[in-house]
Design a protein around this ligand. Sequence first.
Ligand SMILES: NC(=O)c1ccc[n+]([C@@H]2O[C@H](COP(=O)([O-])OP(=O)(O)OC[C@H]3O[C@@H](n4cnc5c(N)ncnc54)[C@H](O)[C@@H]3O)[C@@H](O)[C@H]2O)c1
Length: 245
Amino acid sequence: MSKKFVITGGAGFIGSNLAEALANENEVVVIDDLSTGMAENLAGLEVQLLKGCITDFGLLKDAFEGADCIFHQAGIASVKKSIEDPVRTDEVGIEGTLKVLIAAKDAGVRRVILASSAAVYGSSPELPKKEDMMPEPKSPYAVTKLAGEHYARVFRELYGLETVALRYFNVFGPKHRLCSGLQHRGRAEGDNPLVSTRKEFKFEGKGFAFGVRRETVSFGSKGSSRSRSQKTVVHNVEEVFGLRS
Ligand SMILES: NC(=O)c1ccc[n+]([C@@H]2O[C@H](COP(=O)([O-])OP(=O)(O)OC[C@H]3O[C@@H](n4cnc5c(N)ncnc54)[C@H](O)[C@@H]3O)[C@@H](O)[C@H]2O)c1
């Protein structure tokens, strides 16, 4: 049976991939202020795009009516921007998330799935990362993600709203803007179109991001992942995205 899903930040990289995966067989509503997302990411999809900010209660209330599940992806997805403007980061990341949870509870939504981040772990070198490690946020961005996780837990305990917070590591795939730790150099400048500024990644393999797209790749440090050299990672990314001739 068709369900209704609302995706906040649904015009962004991860949100639009989710929309694509869900749109065929379900009703999909996207809330996005288009600050970093683009309406073109949703081109050709049967989704309703509501342009606006997640701090707008009225907008959330209308959009959430009759919804089965909210995928809360909206956020200022940048550590750098959060350091430059912690107040705005807080408004969107904490106030916005709180309003999403309240509006979901009030509308009788069954489940809210939140985009958290591996940034909550801080700079501890310990690998693999585990959920029961002590969080150590090192930026306003990470603070907002951790606060969102706590709010989600509290809403589950207080009101029975089903909540799941997913700590994404670095997610790559179609519609990625190739920023935050990655630079896009283009084929003309060398053999490797994707060049990491970091020395080493953990390669997790295909099929991440809740089955959004089979070709989506995540680099994380889950128990099953193995450490790979940067060269291997770049090779794998190119292969998955068909960039390797
Ligand atoms: N991409 C990653 O590797 C990664 C890693 C960890 C966590 N995350 C989190 O996952 C989520 C999605 O990330 P992404 O990579 O798709 O980023 P993105 O910037 O492509 O998507 C974020 C979307 O949220 C929208 N948005 C921002 N502020 C808003 C507001 N106030 N109201 C409504 N919409 C707003 C933007 O326009 C954009 O479409 C974010 O919350 C991000 O913090 C991403």
